[in-house]
Design a protein around this ligand. Sequence first.
Ligand SMILES: Nc1nc2c(ncn2[C@@H]2O[C@H](COP(=O)(O)OP(=O)(O)OP(=O)(O)O)[C@@H](O)[C@H]2O)c(=O)[nH]1
Ligand SMILES: [Mg+2]
Length: 503
Amino acid sequence: MASFVDRVILHLSAGNGGHGVASVHREKFKPLGGPDGGNGGRGGNIIFRVDPQITTLLEYHHGPHRTAPNGRPGEGGERNGAQGADLVLAVPDGTVLCTRDGEVLADMVGAGTEYVAAQGGRGGLGNKALASQRRKAPGFALKGVPGETREVVLELKVLADVALIGFPSAGKSSLVSVLSAARPKIADYPFTTLVPNLGVVTAGGERFTVADVPGLIPGASEGKGLGLRFLRHVERCHVLVHVIDCATLEPGRDPLSDLDAIEHELAEYVPDASLGGMPLAERVRMVVLNKADVPEARELAEMVKPDLEARGLEVHIISAVAHTGLKELTFALARAVAQARAEHIVIEPARTIVRPKAIDDSQFQIRRSETDEGVVFQVIGERPTRWVRQTDFANDEAVGYLAERLNRLGVEEELLKAGAVTGSTVLIGPEDDAVVFDWQPTISAGAELLGQRGTDIRLEDRHRPTRGEKRESFHGKMDAAAAARAELDKDRRAGVWTDPDDA
Ligand SMILES: Nc1nc2c(ncn2[C@@H]2O[C@H](COP(=O)(O)OP(=O)(O)OP(=O)(O)O)[C@@H](O)[C@H]2O)c(=O)[nH]1
Ligand SMILES: [Mg+2]
């Protein structure tokens, strides 16, 4: 089967932040110029926006990789790098954005609705911005953070007032083409329609849209034929119209059993609850008996009409080809739409969907796990992860700055509490993209209490600490850590320690 453009997986890469720069002001006869390195610019975000002019996801089908521009690096002379421009991706009204696991990220309804799907990386601070009372001339700058990369699934659910449903080749596309100005592909083979065609109809003072949904077959609700993809489209239509082929020569098919078969599929289909979907079985119904230009078909249609009406269904006998019965049908549809609209709130205002932050991003967690290579401590948190990415590990001063930041957040203290010792393996960041450290506590006041720095590991076996000694050593570490923290807190209160990158 050919390509489907109603569901596309997009690979997004937001722009990387530009690197900050370390530079020293130079001027003749002024040797101590001071730091003047500018900040890097933020990388471009990737934003989805509803554009009513767009009706298909075709463009994304042909170009599933989208990248936003990077921020520019900072320069000397306090020049900040330019930000990467945001990349705005236009999507049709009614597009649902989900993860690969089917979790709905955003339901894009209403022109102008926006969703920031991938955030550009922060630009790194230059040494000018990093200068403080304590560190007057930093010889390093922060690196730009890589932009977010993400996979997003786009699903287009048609937002139409009326959905035409029925077996393949029942004449659904033909009907849309005669009711509206839409010119869908019509052919005498099943599954001609792969993507819904939308037509706008004006009748009885009512203007409404009619969607021609691809053909349904028994088992569709379990994914048979082109199955669920098609039922998905029906989800957002208020009035369902059964288009029944009265001229089919296929054995075992007749208008009543066709209707029952389709109804069965509708009943089996579970609408997406997260979208506030109402069961399909509760929608307004109408029946169109088509192909009445064929004499046998008209005869059959006249015969089954009373049966259908006895079920409480409104029935119209038409011919899409000979254009008979269309006027009555159009006005009946207008009435049904008006009624459905009165019952539902259909107009949803444009809005911006703000992605909720995963966890309290000012905090961090420490996870201790036993692996084949020994005990591993993992530091999980937005800030520690970012800080590590911002660090130029080739620059000792930059590494020292990272240690200070981590220390200030209390990472060292928590690592000690969790049982980490000098040389422990510490991971910072998410599992798939973590930086590994051989931990060296930097708390200077506690260094001698930690005891292990500079000792020969071979000597250690000679004396195994008793439980009491261990406890004492632990308390010692805790005291040292607390003392170091108090020191840092004092600094912070004095304004020495405000992290210049804390936005
Ligand atoms: N005689 C007759 N043929 C019709 C009528 N309406 C549609 N057809 C024919 O039926 C065939 C299928 O029509 P389509 O409109 O493509 O059917 P469909 O329901 O959209 O089919 P799928 O897209 O495959 O689900 C075409 O050959 C049409 O010319 C009608 O009123 N009378
Ligand atoms: Mg069709």
